[in-house]
Design a protein around this ligand. Structure first.
Ligand code: NAD
Length: 287
């Protein structure tokens, strides 16, 4: 049976660092504050929001919400973001996406001051991830994958990593961050041929396809580390499952993250660490 790379151990260590910073800031009268912008009532957004609010209260970060109906106008969202940019009491912003189809999402995201962009959604934050310049914050889930691997002492330098998924939210940024850690990265997607063979050659697989249990035992071999980013609702099982078929794969590989209980919880801890860091930087600028 593989070693189970539980998110909770990673979360505890990130949270304790965040708590120390938050306490220091609070002692100076700065209350690190996250603003959540949500359009509509999508169950996935609400689940993430509830987790984020809980995590925020654990580490002492305040949360305010701006909630809009699904027919909200693009201009209304942009003017809200401009107000938040000018509000010294809000240090970080999380915008749930995708936004409704009538809204130009890129325009809305890029209205946000990158210094308050906690999830790498502005072009400037993305440029930071791709150019490795200190611009903004990387997407929280991509960073959560790196935090998890680092916590468990999994060496990346010179390792072959196969990333399944090429989205701007996870696949691409996590690939760039792995590359920065000197891994040799192969990015796979829906048009990749012989995906299982490509995956089997890797030392580490990062599955971020959003496709329930697609990584079967044909994709893996012994001594591999598997990081499952997927969060998929399985009607038949009546529960959330990952992109990896945990039951058949965990007997073969050397280490694997569970779903739930893996990368997901680490993501909200990373989000809170970004808010605390943003508050620290803003308070330093004001000094
Ligand atoms: P997405 O749909 O935007 O992108 C999926 C990517 O996977 C695409 O690039 C696509 O080409 C590729 N893909 C899809 N099916 C494939 C297949 N059968 N074979 C090969 N490639 C395939 O999804 P996303 O936003 O990147 O999210 C991916 C998964 O991560 C989802 O399950 C999502 O719920 C989950 N997620 C987890 C967290 C977390 O904190 N753990 C956060 C955000 C998203």
């Amino acid at each position: 049976m593989a070693e189970i790379l539980k998110g909770i151990d990673v979360t505890s260590s990130i949270n304790s660092r965040t708590c120390s910073l938050v306490n220091e800031l609070r002692s100076k009268g700065v209350i690190p504050t996250l603003c959540i912008i949500r359009v509509g009532e999508k169950p996935d957004d609400l689940t993430y929001e509830n987790g984020a609010v809980k995590r925020a209260s654990t580490v002492g970060v305040d949360v305010v919400k701006r909630v809009f109906p699904v027919d909200v106008s693009e201009e209304k969202l942009i003017s809200t973001i401009q107000d938040i940019n000018n509000d010294a009491g809000i240090h970080g912003v999380l915008i749930f996406r995708p936004l409704p189809k009538h809204i130009n999402e890129a325009r809305v995201c890029n209205a946000l001051n990158p210094a308050k962009d906690m999830d790498g959604i502005t072009d400037i934050s993305m440029a930071g991830v791709y150019s490795q310049k200190p611009l903004g914050y990387p997407p929280c889930t991509a960073q959560a994958v790196l935090e998890l691997l680092s916590h468990y002492g999994i060496e990346l330098c010179g390792k072959n990593v196969t990333v399944i998924g090429r989205s701007l939210v996870i696949g691409k940024p996590v690939s760039m961050m792995l590359l920065k850690s000197n891994a040799t990265v192969t990015i796979c997607h829906t048009r990749t041929k012989h995906l299982s063979e490509v995956a089997r050659k890797a030392d580490i697989i990062v599955a971020a396809a959003g496709c329930a249990r697609m990584v079967t035992k044909d994709f893996v071999r012994d001594e591999q580390v598997i990081v499952d980013v997927g969060i998929n609702w399985d009607d038949a099982a009546g529960r959330i499952v990952g992109d990896v078929d945990f039951d058949s794969v965990s007997d073969i590989v050397s280490a694997i993250t569970p779903v739930p209980g893996g990368v997901g919880g680490v993501t909200t801890s990373v989000l809170m660490s970004h808010v605390a860091e943003a508050a620290r930087l803003m308070c330093k600028t004001e000094e």
